[in-house]
Design a protein around this ligand. Structure first.
Ligand SMILES: C[S@@+](CC[C@H](N)C(=O)[O-])C[C@H]1O[C@@H](n2cnc3c(N)ncnc32)[C@H](O)[C@@H]1O
Length: 260
């Protein structure tokens, strides 16, 4: 599928994001997984890893988040508080292999979650971000009540992505060294970032000016459509193929025991 075929009115046609993440965790044999914004635990419970770390100021867990894991840590705080107090060795045991960022749906929050997460990754870790490929403009409203009102009577009623799509032009401008893949996972896409540089301080140092600059970028159909026009949209199967073959497990015995 080409980027231009996929207009803002089109829906993502790949595998559901929950499946993509579950498969990714198995393909990459993940030891340490971080999820920011966990809610009911639907995604978290499908992840196979040795140690799962969940951050949410208000857990509403309805699933077995311990499934497929040897160890689970829950931090019921906002992500900024989590990172401020984090002791990597004590709390996680080492650098992350895979992270899923799905907390507050405002671009400045995701920007902070991204640079704070990258700092505790390795070069070959994977960061996945949710909701950055809205399929209609109302769901991207910064105000969830407004998004609901504007989406009423459409197929996307009650969908709220906020304006986290702006992370894509931000990374394109400020971090051309990263590999950023826009993935066709329903309902609102996944953005998968690899080739990380945990020592990079560019985003953190430029945070205030980035927020000022990108607050001025209109949150409109035209700008979101430009995103689709400017970047190829990668089918989910192709994304998994490109990310395949990583193994973070030493020996992998623990994974076979947990998932076999
Ligand atoms: C869309 S839900 C997450 C859904 C979950 N990842 C899934 O796909 O099943 C967003 C979650 O982010 C949490 N959240 C909101 N602000 C946050 C923040 N500042 N830090 C971390 N989590 C936050 C909310 O409490 C909510 O549970």
């Amino acid at each position: 599928m080409s980027g231009t075929e996929h207009t803002i009115a089109g829906e993502h046609r790949g595998e559901h994001y929950s499946q993509v993440l579950a498969r990714l965790s198995r393909n990459a044999a993940v030891r340490r997984y971080l999820e920011i914004g966990v809610a009911f635990g639907d995604i978290f419970s499908g992840i196979a890893c040795r140690h799962g770390v969940a951050v949410d100021p208000e857990f509403q867990l309805k699933t077995n988040v311990a499934a497929n894991k040897a160890k689970v840590s829950l931090f019921q705080v906002m992500s900024d508080v989590f990172f401020e107090h984090l002791n990597l060795r004590r709390d996680i045991g080492g650098r992350l292999d895979l992270a899923f960022l799905d907390g507050m749906h405002l671009f400045e929050f995701l920007l902070r979650d991204f640079f704070n997460t990258e700092a505790i990754c390795r070069k070959d870790s994977i960061i996945v971000m949710h909701d950055c490929l809205p399929v209609a403009a109302p769901m991207a409203d910064r105000d969830p009540m407004q998004a609901n009102a504007r989406g009423k009577g459409t197929p996307y009623e009650n969908w709220w992505t906020g304006d986290v799509w702006k992370i894509i032009p931000i990374l394109t401008r400020y971090r051309p060294d990263l590999q950023v893949m826009l993935v066709d996972a329903p309902p609102t896409g996944l953005v998968i970032v690899t080739g990380l540089d945990p020592s990079s301080r560019i985003l953190k140092r430029s945070y205030q000016s980035i927020v000022e600059e990108f607050s001025r970028l209109p949150n409109t159909t035209e700008e979101i459509a430009r995103l689709y026009a400017d970047h190829p949209i990668v089918p989910t199967e192709e994304a998994l193929r490109r990310l395949g073959g990583r193994s973070y497990a030493h020996g992998g015995g623990w994974l076979r025991r947990l998932t076999g």
